[in-house]
Design a protein around this ligand. Structure first.
Ligand code: FMN
Length: 300
């Protein structure tokens, strides 16, 4: 039997599969349930300083097995999130607090609260493509990214992950600006839109949304490969993973762990156990004893 355990920034994971931010993770019980179903860790919904309602519906539209969403960073605000973390922590597995703000002070105060609530790491959302003043607007400015990452790293004891966007002209500039982060998370959704041709109008109230699911997997693989090759830093891969082959592809491109989001809608929670058992068989067949033996093996 292969050993499926792995680690990122010193955090041990019993297998490489984590829940991605934004799916079933605004509530402690749903996070707990996902971990009971095999996820080695969860990332929370991105949480800000204040409660936000997000956009009015429609906020999600299907594109085959993929999705375009413009939820608008709806969240209950950091002060009411302590209880959700407390519940999720009952699984005895790592819980990563995703946070968003518009400047270094905002990120740092959120990070300190996530640390106090018991999170094992924080993930900086530097990449949501559809909310003005946050996410991508912050994450595409290298000076601001450097400021945020340097400041939060100097104040927090727990590891800091920087979640970067594919919607920038040169991801390596942003990765370098975030080099003090303990690991990169690649990628967030790809800016996109859908038009209803009968209504002659964009479908989403926000017009633009973020594409996720199988349609973006080749984009994610390319960024993980490129950033791993150029920086050598630890990476968590995310984008379109719906099968064990997808997860292995990300690992061979350089990811030490992966996150799954959209496939929870199409495949259900059973996806974690399915991928774990099929990855085990694959590793035995291919002679890989441990996950670290596969990390980045495709890099040329
Ligand atoms: C409905 C929805 C909400 C999301 N919310 C967040 C969020 O709050 N913060 C974040 O960093 N990413 C968010 N994401 C992006 C995912 O975490 C992930 O990066 C992206 O969907 C690609 O992975 P996937 O193809 O497995 O879904 C969201 C994605 C979806 C589909």
């Amino acid at each position: 039997m292969a050993d499926l355990s792995t680690s990122v920034a010193g955090i041990r994971l019993e297998n490489p599969l984590m829940l991605a931010s934004g799916i079933l993770d605004e509530n402690g019980y749903t996070m707990l349930d996902v971990m009971k179903n095999g996820a080695a860790a969860v990332v929370t919904k991105s949480i800000g300083n204040e409660e936000r309602n997000g956009y009015s519906t429609p906020i999600i539209v299907e594109y085959g097995d993929s999705l375009i969403n413009a939820v608008g960073l709806s969240n209950p605000g950091i002060d009411s999130f302590a209880e959700e973390i407390r519940i999720a922590k009952r699984a005895g597995k790592p819980v990563i607090g995703s946070i968003f703000a518009s400047d270094a002070d905002g990120f740092t105060s959120l990070g300190l609260k996530m640390q106090e609530y018991g999170c094992d790491a924080v993930e900086l959302n530097l990449s949501c493509p559809h909310v003005k003043g946050f996410g991508l607007e912050v994450g595409s400015d290298p000076d601001l990214v450097e400021d945020i990452v340097d400041e939060i790293k100097s104040k927090l004891k727990i590891p800091v992950f920087a979640k970067l966007s594919p919607n920038v002209s040169n991801i390596l500039d942003i990765a370098k600006a975030a080099e003090k982060a303990d690991a990169y998370v690649l990628i967030n959704t790809v800016k996109s839109m859908k038009i209803d041709i009968r209504a002659r109008s964009p479908v989403l109230t926000n017009i633009y949304g973020g594409l996720s699911g199988p349609a973006i997997k080749p984009v994610g693989i390319r960024y993980v490969y490129e950033v791993k090759k150029e920086t050598g830093k630890e990476i968590i891969g995310v984008g379109g993973i719906a099968s064990f082959e997808d997860a292995v592809e990300y690992i061979m491109a350089g990811a030490s762990a992966v996150q799954i989001g959209t496939a929870l809608y199409t495949r259900g929670k059973g996806i974690f156990r399915d991928i774990i058992s099929q990855m085990n068989t694959f590793m035995d067949d291919e002679g890989f004893g441990r996950i670290s033996d596969m990390v980045g093996v495709a890099i040329r």
